[in-house]
Write a protein that binds this ligand. Sequence first.
Ligand SMILES: NC(=O)C1=CN([C@@H]2O[C@H](COP(=O)(O)OP(=O)(O)OC[C@H]3O[C@@H](n4cnc5c(N)ncnc54)[C@H](OP(=O)(O)O)[C@@H]3O)[C@@H](O)[C@H]2O)C=CC1
Ligand SMILES: O=C([O-])CC(=O)C(=O)O
Length: 260
Amino acid sequence: MKVAVLGCGAIGAVVAHALADGEVSGAELVGVVHADATDPPGLPVLDFGSAVDRADLVVECAGQAALAEFGSRVLAAGKDLLVVSAGALADDAIFGRLTGYDAGRVYLSTGAIGGLDLLAAAARAGGLSSVRLTTTKLAGNLVQPWMDQEQIKLLRKTTEPIELLRGPARKVTAAFPKSANVAASVALAVGDWDLVDAAVVADPDAELTSHVLTAEGTAGSYRFEIRNHPSARTPTTSGIVPHAVLRAIRSMTGRAVLPL
Ligand SMILES: NC(=O)C1=CN([C@@H]2O[C@H](COP(=O)(O)OP(=O)(O)OC[C@H]3O[C@@H](n4cnc5c(N)ncnc54)[C@H](OP(=O)(O)O)[C@@H]3O)[C@@H](O)[C@H]2O)C=CC1
Ligand SMILES: O=C([O-])CC(=O)C(=O)O
C-alpha cells in the first residue's frame, strides 16, 4: 500500500519516518505534503496533487482546516483517506462531502483516546443515555485566537484548574480545533453529536493530558481515563497519536496479525 502524509508536524513526521523506515510491513511512504521550505523534513516532499496521484492512502495530519479543504479531493480521486483531525466532520457540509463518495473510503484514527469501539457497540446495543468527555491540558497551551486578552492572561496566570468550555461535542471541537478532536471522535463513534457533552479544562499543573470519558446505557456503564504524555514538538498533541495512526495503517495493509 502506497501512503502519502499530509502535514509533517508532530504527528505526520513520526508517521512518515516510521513508514520510510519500513516499520509497517506492506506500507510504503511515497512522500509528505509539507509547505515549509525552511524546515525540510528529510523525506520526499510532494505537492498535494502528486501525493494523491501516487498514493493509495492519504493520511491527514494537518489540521481541521486542511482536512476541510483537501479531504474530498483525495476521495474524488478514488483514494482512501485516514483522518486525524476528526473535528472537521462536525460541520455537516464537510461531513457530507467526505462521506459522499463510493470510491475512496474514509477511516478515522482513534487518535489520543480509546474505548471508541466499545462505545460504538454500546450505542447500537440498546442505546446510550449519556456520554461525557472531559479533556484537561496544560493551561498555557489552550490559548485560542477567539479569546480576549483578559482570558489569555487568566490562562497564563491561573493557579487553579479552569473549565474553559462545556457543551455539545460539535461546539467544543470547533472552539478547540487543535485540542478537542477527541470530542468529535466520541460523537462519531456513538453516532450522535448532541448526546456527547464535552469539556475542556485548563490546568496549570497538568504535566499529562487527560481525557476522562464516561457513558451510561442499556448495555452497561463505562468509564475510561486516559493520561497521555504530550508531544514535545506540539504539546497540545498527545505523543501517542502518531502511533495510533500507524496502528490504523497496519490494520489496513491486510497483513495485520494479532495483536494489532
Ligand atoms: N484525533 C485526535 O485525537 C487528535 C487530532 N489532532 C489533530 O491533528 C492535527 C495535527 O497535529 P500535530 O501534528 O500535532 O500539529 P503540528 O502543528 O505539529 O503539525 C501540523 C503540520 O501540518 C502542516 N499543515 C497545515 N496545513 C497544511 C496543508 N494544507 N498542507 C501541508 N501541510 C499543512 C502545518 O504547517 P504550518 O505549521 O506551516 O501550518 C504543520 O507542519 C491537529 O491540528 C489536530 O487537528 C491532534 C491531536 C489528537
Ligand atoms: O492529543 C490529544 O490529547 C487530543 C487532541 O489534541 C485533540 O483531540 O485534538
